[in-house]
Design a protein around this ligand. Structure first.
Ligand SMILES: [Zn+2]
Length: 382
């Protein structure tokens, strides 16, 4: 047993915030977050050893105090506390008071926002499953996130290079890994002065039997893949190409869409959604009489309503819908505003489970808590 930086005890082996972050970001990559988002470690030190972890949707003073009580020096939230630039950090503002408390208590704060919205284990798929929606796919797949890597490798070295690239994450897509395409051909080169060619002699035109090895790679893995490729490749100068692809990445993206097992009437669907989401009421505008294809987007998903209509959804559940948006889509889709918190907080058990898997794998004794507080600022007066 050892003492951590904030005075609490932890059992070995210790896991640092940085180690945790590295593992967590494999399942919720920050690179898939919306470009204007602010995700990752917001307050704290990567070198701190984790005592316990508290999971919540929002960062409030109640959550900060709960973390201290539970001896948790890492809080994972969905909504970033630090989003807009701060002019000062004083107890006079909500954010300032929380920042001061966390730094004084040496509690780290980490935000997984639109990256948690965009993974298949995250906010939207959890919400859709709660509503018994099956055959799920991403409603708005991620764009500009796929790359093709092509490298020319001498015949005998192709397996080694391919294996290294696969280990770094290339050639994995959906339910398949170690995917590649190989074509054989002849490479030519002539080493000039000071060259140290792997094959042949300086100043002499050489021909080598090579494989054109190509793999799909998610853009955020490209540096790791290139460095693994270079390390495994025998040539002094490696010939390779990187092509950005226009293909959509259907593994990640916002919203989810799928089908109910059997069609429901509007009234049956509304009753089922109300019960399953545990909400006292919600706002909606009318759509088709029969509901089978359903789209969801936890939180503010108005921008995805067109995608839902284009993909044939009879109903969509999201939040923060404006009056004129209801008006625009009236009659085309059953549009339900079930509340921001109400459509997002269901993801917390999934976050807790994913973190637990990470700490258990690291044999850490850190406990993972889900907050006991509702951080919903909105109440209903019925
Ligand atoms: Zn949200």
């Amino acid at each position: 047993m050892s003492r951590s930086t904030n005075g609490t005890f932890f059992l070995n082996p210790p896991v640092t915030v940085k180690e945790f972050q590295k593992k967590f970001e494999k399942i919720a990559p920050p690179a898939i977050a919306w470009k204007g988002d602010n995700v990752g470690l917001q307050i704290g030190r990567e070198s701190d050893i984790i005592t316990n972890i508290l999971v919540a949707l929002d960062m409030t003073m109640d959550i900060a105090v709960e973390a201290k009580k539970k001896k948790a020096n890492l809080i994972i939230v969905h909504h970033p506390l630090l989003f807009h630039p701060l002019k000062n950090i004083t107890p006079g503002s909500r954010v300032g008071e929380i920042v001061l408390y966390l730094t004084e208590q040496r509690i780290n704060l980490y935000a997984a926002h639109t990256n948690l919205d965009s993974v298949k284990w995250g906010v939207n798929f959890v919400l859709a499953k709660m509503l018994t929606v099956k055959n799920l796919s991403v409603l708005s797949p991620l764009k500009e996130s796929l790359t093709k890597v092509v490298v020319f490798v001498p015949l005998q070295h192709v397996e080694r290079v391919a294996e290294s690239m696969h280990d770094a994450g290339a050639g994995t897509f959906s339910k398949y890994d170690t995917c590649s395409f190989r074509t054989e051909g002849t490479g030519t080169f002539r080493g000039m002065r000071d060259a140290q060619p792997f094959l042949g002699e300086v100043g002499k035109l050489e021909r080598a039997q090579e494989i054109r090895l190509e793999m799909l790679c998610e853009t955020w893995k490209i540096n790791a893949v290139l460095s693994a490729m270079m390390k495994a490749h025998p040539y002094e100068e490696v010939a390779y190409d990187i092509y950005p692809l226009s293909n959509k990445n259907t593994e990640y993206g916002l919203g989810a869409i799928g089908d109910l097992e059997r069609p429901l009437t509007e009234k049956q669907f509304l009753a089922m959604a109300k019960k399953r989401l545990g909400v006292p009421a919600f706002r909606f505008s009318k759509g088709p009489k029969t509901i089978q294809r359903v789209a969801v987007c936890g939180g503010s998903g108005s921008e995805l309503i067109n995608d839902a209509v284009n993909r044939g959804a009879d109903a969509m559940i999201t939040a923060d819908i404006k009056y004129h948006t209801f008006q625009e889509f009236e009659g085309r889709i059953l549009l339900i505003d079930a509340g921001h918190y109400e459509t997002e907080h269901h993801v917390l058990p999934a976050v807790k489970d994913s973190i637990k898997k990470i700490t258990e794998k690291k044999k850490s004794s850190a406990k993972i808590f889900m907050t006991e507080h509702s951080t919903n600022p909105i109440h209903y007066f019925l």
